[in-house]
Design a protein around this ligand. Structure first.
Ligand code: HEC
Length: 148
């Protein structure tokens, strides 16, 4: 019996060390998290529109990304960084030419944005029908008015 317990102990220690090593490797190969300089400020139509945008869109469409703890570990980190990079490339409120800002309202109406993988991890980004309608209207106003 004693021998078996000793064996289990030894295996547990080896597994624990292996686990810690994997976590460390994963952390150091997470990739680069950027929040480049902000060179544009949006003229929002209302405080609500801004609030909804920061709750549901800003993580991937601005330079104010709040990187969650799990974004610091590979391989999940790579997926998240790729998402933010390609989101920013198409539409980014932190740079003067914001990209496809005119499509923003439509992307919510057709259910493409925010992406489902995102809302699973960010319940605050889920809007009810009433909030969604207000947000869509707000985005239309915001991005059709003169920004400068
Ligand atoms: C998890 C990251 C993420 C979040 C959050 C997110 N987006 Fe996106 N968005 C993307 C990615 C990636 C793309 C480019 C690929 C695609 O169109 O699916 C994109 C594309 C877009 C585009 C360009 C579509 C086109 O025609 O090329 C718009 C506009 C947009 N998103 C608006 C929004 C709005 C508005 C919200 C908030 C309600 C939002 N997104 C939330 C990642 C995100």
């Amino acid at each position: 019996m004693q021998v078996v317990i000793e064996k289990i102990k030894r295996i547990s220690i080896i597994l624990l060390i292996a686990f810690v090593v994997i976590i460390i490797i994963s952390y150091f190969s997470a990739g680069e998290h950027t929040n480049p300089k902000i060179t544009n400020s949006v003229k929002w139509d209302s405080a609500e529109t801004k609030k909804y945008f920061y709750a549901a869109c800003a993580d991937c469409h601005s330079h104010e990304t709040k990187w969650p703890w799990y974004s610091h570990f590979a391989p999940v980190s790579q997926m998240i960084i790729d998402h933010v990079d390609s989101g920013r490339k198409r539409f980014n409120i932190s740079i003067a030419n914001m990209g496809r800002s005119k499509e923003a309202a439509l992307e919510i109406q057709n259910g493409h944005m925010p992406p489902e993988e995102y809302t699973k991890m960010h319940p605050e980004a889920v809007l009810n029908t009433e909030e969604k309608d207000l947000f869509v209207l707000g985005l239309k106003k915001t991005f059709s008015q003169k920004q400068k």
